[in-house]
Write a protein that binds this ligand. Structure first.
Ligand code: GRF
Length: 222
């Protein structure tokens, strides 16, 4: 029996390599997903080209920090309208670099998840690779978590780990973590499609206790 694909809207600000991984998985049929639209808050994001090349609807809602082009409130108003129009089952923040308001998050009609380059709850916020190196941590990685009004603090769903090398720099760590992200994103979506992670349940925050989360740990040399 053919399964209804998981409808996904993706918010981006930059290169969109994680978006590309989702596009490739959709096109190859490896994941039963339908990327119904992409929103970028930057008009120069390479992710826009990736989405357009794949024939995915793109909404560019460009805003700058001083609000000259479009303030964050206006951005959120149009973004929410657009998401409501696309009516996805899931919103994925994949390299979306703006902090969203509690109102926007609470009004989201479906579950929203974020990809974060650290082993949450450690290193919320920016410059995670530098901070990991400065602290002399042995391990680093990335997390996918539910977006809640508290920054990077929602339920962690999945994580991928790597061992920090003595020769690592912020740049090398960023590259190694991104390689992990490219595995973690499709893995997490697959868990949602298979209902191992129930996106409706995590929305209301009742996931804990059903299965131990985060769901998966692995090292990059596995
Ligand atoms: C990723 O490294 C993610 O962890 C961070 O932004 C980056 C996005 O990369 N939040 P890309 O735009 O998917 O290439």
């Amino acid at each position: 029996m053919s399964q209804k694909p998981l409808k996904i809207a993706v918010l981006v600000s930059g290169s969109g390599s994680n978006l590309q991984v989702m596009i490739d998985a959709m096109k190859s049929g490896n994941l039963a997903i339908d990327i119904v639209g992409v929103i970028s808050n930057r008009e120069d994001a390479y992710a826009i080209i990736r989405a357009k090349d794949a024939g995915i609807p793109v909404s560019v809602l460009s805003h700058v920090p001083n609000g000259r082009r479009m303030g964050i409130n206006t951005f959120e108003k149009y973004a929410l309208q657009q998401i409501q129009d696309w009516s996805p089952d899931l919103v994925v923040l994949a390299g979306f670099m703006r902090v969203l308001s509690a109102q926007f998050i609470n009004n989201m009609p479906c579950t929203m998840i974020n990809l974060h380059p650290s082993l949450l709850p450690y290193y919320k916020g920016l410059d995670t690779h530098q901070r990991v190196l400065r602290s002399g941590d042995k391990y680093h990685g990335c997390s996918i978590h539910v977006v809640t009004p508290k920054l990077d603090a929602g339920q962690v769903l999945t994580q991928a780990w790597l061992a920090v090398d003595v020769l690592d720099t912020p740049k090398s760590l960023a590259k190694r973590v991104q390689t992990l992200e490219h595995r973690l994103v499709p893995y997490t979506l697959d868990m949602m499609i298979k209902k191992v992670i129930d996106i409706d349940t995590i929305r209301v925050g009742r996931m804990n206790g059903m299965i131990p989360l985060p769901l998966k740990f692995w090292m990059d040399n596995e």
